[in-house]
Design a protein around this ligand. Structure first.
Ligand code: NAP
Length: 330
C-alpha cells in the first residue's frame, strides 16, 4: 500500500481549482497527474498548477500506475461512464455531483465498486463541512423538536449558452446543477427520500434546459421540503429548517469560507442565537473521507444509498414538472 493516495484529475474542469488545494492540504493525499482530451491543454494545465504528470487522454491516465484515485469533474452526462472505466482500471473514484443521470447508472456504478473493491463516492463537499454536521446533530438530538419544514434555494446568473450547464445533451439544467444542493440538504435533514414530489420548471427557449426550478417534497408525518434553483436570478444560497422547538437559518450554506456565512438558531420565543461553526476548508472533508475509506476501510460518510435517493428524487421532480402531476416515489 502506498503511503499517500496519488490523485489524478480527470479533465481540466473549472471546479478543479477548488479541489487542488484540498488535496494538497490533506494529510494523506498528493496530486500527481491531470488528464485532458488534448495533450497541449493538459501540459499547459499541469504547468499552471505544478502537477507532475500530464496525460493527453483520460484513458492514458487510467492505464498509468502513477495514480491511485481520480477526481471526476466532467460534465454530468459523462460521470457514470468514466467512473466505471476508472474503477475497472483499478482507481478509486470521487465523482462530482450529480453522481449520475439515471438510476440504472447509479446501480451500475455501485455494482462495479462492489465487484472491483474500488471506493466510490459522490463529491458533495458541503456535507463534510462542520456547519452541516452541526445541523445534522441538532436534528438527530431533537434540539429543534419535530422537523416540519425545510426550505432552501440556490441560484446564480448564467447566460452563456456554451456552458455545460446549458446543454441538455451533457446533463444541463438548474435542478441537476445547483438544485441538488437544497434537495440533498432536505434529504439529510429528513433522513431519506420523500414519499411524493411536485415540481415546476421554466425551460429556456434557447438552452432547452430548466433555467429555474421549484419543487415540493412530502416526507410524510407532516414533514415537507420546498426547494428552488435557477440560472436566471443573481447569486443566492440559503436554507431554513423549521421544527416544533425552533428553527435554524443557514446563510450561504453551500459555499466556501466566507465571513457572511452564518448559522442562526431562533428560539421558540424568537430570540436569536448565533451558533459557532469551526472553520474548515470546504473541499477538504470529501478528500479526507476518501483517504479514510481507502486506507482505513471506513465506509464513506455520504453513502451510495443516500446518493441513489438524491438521483431518484431529482428524476421524480423532473417527471412531475414535465407531466404536471404529483409523482409518488416507489
Ligand atoms: N462541488 C462543487 O462545488 C462544484 C462546483 C462546480 C461544478 N461542479 C460539478 O463539476 C462538474 C464540472 O463542472 P465545471 O463547471 O467545472 O465544468 P467545466 O469547467 O466545463 O469542465 C468540464 C470539463 O470536462 C471535460 N469535457 C469532456 N467532455 C466534454 C464535453 N463534451 N464538453 C465540455 N467539456 C468536456 C473538459 O476537460 P478537458 O477539455 O480537459 O478534457 C472540461 O474542462 C459538473 O458535474 C458540476 O456539477 C461541482
Amino acid at each position: 500500500m502506498v503511503e499517500k493516495i496519488r490523485w489524478g484529475l480527470l479533465s481540466t474542469a473549472n471546479i478543479n481549482r477548488r479541489v487542488i488545494p484540498a488535496i494538497r492540504m490533506s494529510a494523506r493525499g498528493e496530486l500527481t497527474a491531470v488528464a485532458s482530451r488534448s495533450q497541449a491543454k493538459s501540459d499547459a494545465y499541469a504547468a499552471q498548477w505544478e502537477i507532475p504528470q500530464a496525460f493527453g487522454s483520460y484513458e492514458a491516465m487510467l492505464e498509468s500506475d502513477a495514480v491511485d484515485a481520480v477526481y471526476i469533474g466532467l460534465p454530468n452526462r459523462l460521470h457514470a461512464e468514466w467512473s466505471i472505466k476508472a474503477m475497472r482500471a483499478g482507481k478509486h473514484v470521487l465523482c462530482e455531483k450529480p453522481f449520475a443521470l439515471t438510476l440504472a447508472e447509479v446501480d451500475e456504478m455501485t455494482a462495479v465498486s462492489q465487484q472491483t473493491g474500488m471506493k466510490l463516492a459522490e463529491a458533495f463537499m458541503y456535507r463534510h463541512h462542520p456547519q452541516t454536521k452541526i445541523v445534522g446533530e441538532w436534528v438527530r438530538n431533537g434540539r429543534l423538536g419535530d422537523i416540519v419544514l425545510v426550505r432552501s434555494h440556490f441560484s446564480f446568473k448564467l447566460e452563456n449558452l456554451a456552458n455545460v450547464r446549458m446543454i441538455p445533451e451533457l446533463g444541463g439544467g438548474s435542478l441537476w446543477d445547483v438544485g441538488v444542493y437544497p434537495l440533498s440538504l432536505a434529504q439529510f435533514v429528513m433522513g431519506g427520500a420523500p414519499q411524493q414530489v411536485w415540481g415546476r420548471q421554466w425551460v429556456g427557449a434557447s438552452s432547452g434546459v430548466d433555467e429555474s426550478f421549484a419543487g415540493q417534497m412530502d416526507y410524510g408525518n407532516g414533514r415537507v421540503a420546498q426547494i428552488s434553483s435557477g440560472f436566471r436570478t443573481p447569486f443566492h444560497t440559503w436554507a431554513e429548517i423549521i421544527g416544533t422547538n425552533g428553527r435554524l437559518t443557514l446563510n450561504r450554506p453551500f459555499i466556501g469560507l466566507d465571513e457572511r456565512r452564518q448559522l442562526l438558531f431562533y428560539h421558540p420565543d424568537d430570540t436569536i442565537e448565533e451558533v459557532r461553526v469551526p472553520q474548515q476548508e470546504l473541499y477538504l472533508g470529501e478528500i479526507e473521507d476518501m483517504h479514510a475509506a481507502i486506507f482505513d476501510d471506513q465506509p464513506n460518510y455520504l453513502t451510495l444509498a443516500e446518493t441513489r435517493n438524491h438521483i431518484r428524487t431529482v428524476l421524480a421532480l423532473y417527471e412531475s414538472a414535465q407531466t404536471g402531476r404529483v409523482v409518488h416515489l416507489a
